[in-house]
Design a protein around this ligand. Structure first.
Ligand SMILES: NC(=O)c1ccc[n+]([C@@H]2O[C@H](COP(=O)([O-])OP(=O)(O)OC[C@H]3O[C@@H](n4cnc5c(N)ncnc54)[C@H](O)[C@@H]3O)[C@@H](O)[C@H]2O)c1
Length: 336
């Protein structure tokens, strides 16, 4: 039987993957430092290590204990927009964390890496982004993801392991952090409504994204165990605007479409139209949109209402200037 390590197992996507693997009868291990994930997301049905991947000595010790055969690497500070205002931390938890992990993992003779990269690596090209388009990152988070992708190709060639690079986009659903004001618009809008704060929209709200409900993407993440050495987009088929998303979330949360919205200047380096092709994921991973974004939003809204309104993270970004959105400061504008 293979030992499968899931990094970021206390996070949103990682917790779903770890539990699905346990459900298949796999021997599963987790690594998470709880910086972005939560203890509630850890089911307790497998062993996990509270290891900080940015600390190479801690990682070496943990990998020596687990000696995994297969690694799903999801741990990351994935705040794309905020990465310009905390570039060191984002690099420590992405590129450095990857190197801290991959060296001991190779040393103890693993077989395969499944890495969740991101649609962000395509940058500002014309959508839909297909896997054969070049990497054209326009922000620090995406630069990290692209550097990891390229490093995987180099190291897999020299050290002879298999890999799958997944490029998800705009995943949302139950277990996603409702407290992080720096990322995940669906969760942020839901918590804003529960906190009776306005919905802040950057620019005119006509940005387009294809929102991907977790239970639609999960089977494809798991099926990546069965293929090798491919790069694949995974996620929703249907792009919608942020304004339309706000309408759907208001309806699902049971408030009027006239719920207050505050339009702010566009976020620096935000790509306006970003969505991906899905044909390769259908062909190789059997991707199917069974729930879809509308029903997914309703399911998440029911869960969010059960969780209730949450305090926003109090974290202060180290590099602040006038280009930083006001919503990322230490106080929430227009708070009740
Ligand atoms: N959610 C999306 O829409 C989306 C889209 C594209 C790519 N991804 C990628 O998928 C992965 C998972 O994303 P998510 O949305 O579940 O995020 P998440 O924040 O819920 O999960 C990431 C987990 O990594 C952990 N982590 C961060 N730094 C760590 C460190 N130094 N050591 C150990 N653990 C650490 C966090 O505590 C958290 O539990 C990330 O790599 C992200 O870049 C997510």
């Amino acid at each position: 039987m293979n030992k499968i390590l899931v990094t970021g197992n206390a996070g949103f996507i990682g917790s779903w993957i770890a539990d699905a693997l346990v459900g298949r009868g796999e021997e599963v291990y987790g690594i998470d430092d709880f910086s972005g994930g939560s203890r509630e997301n850890y089911s307790g049905n497998y062993e996990m290590f509270a290891t900080d991947l940015a600390n190479p000595n801690q990682v070496k010790q943990t990998i020596k204990e687990i000696k995994p055969d297969i690694v799903f690497h999801l741990a990351s500070c994935a705040r794309e927009g905020a990465s310009q205002f905390q570039p060191l931390y984002v690099t420590q938890t992405n590129y450095s964390a990857f190197m801290n992990l991959i060296e001991p993992v190779i040393k103890y003779g693993f077989k395969k890496l499944i890495f969740t990269s991101s649609m962000a690596i395509y940058g500002d090209q014309k959508p839909p982004f297909s896997e054969d388009m070049p990497r054209r990152s326009v922000d620090i988070y995406a630069i990290n993801k692209a550097a990891i992708e390229k490093s995987i190709e180099v190291l897999a060639d020299i050290h002879e392991f298999d890999y799958v690079i997944l490029r998800p986009h705009n995943v949302f659903g139950l277990r996603q952090s409702l407290t992080d004001k720096f990322r995940n618009v669906v969760a942020i809008f839901m918590n804003r409504i529960m906190r009776k704060e306005p919905l802040y929209i950057y620019g005119v709200g006509e940005q387009e994204r294809a929102f991907s409900y977790i239970e639609d993407s999960l089977p494809s993440f798991i099926r990546s165990l069965e293929i090798n050495n491919e790069i694949i987009n995974v996620g929703g088929r249907y792009p919608i605007t942020v304004n339309h998303l706000a309408d759907l979330i208001c309806e699902a949360m049971g408030v009027s479409e006239k719920y207050p919205r505050v339009y702010l200047p566009p976020r620096p380096r935000e790509v306006k139209h970003a969505y991906s092709t899905y044909e390769k994921s259908e062909r190789l991973l059997g991707y199917e949109e069974k729930v879809g974004y509308k029903e997914g939003i309703e399911r998440m809204a029911r869960w969010a209402k059960k969780c209730g309104p949450q305090e926003w993270t109090s974290e202060v970004l180290p590099l602040q200037n006038a280009k930083m959105p006001v919503t990322w400061g230490s106080t929430t504008p227009h708070a009740p």
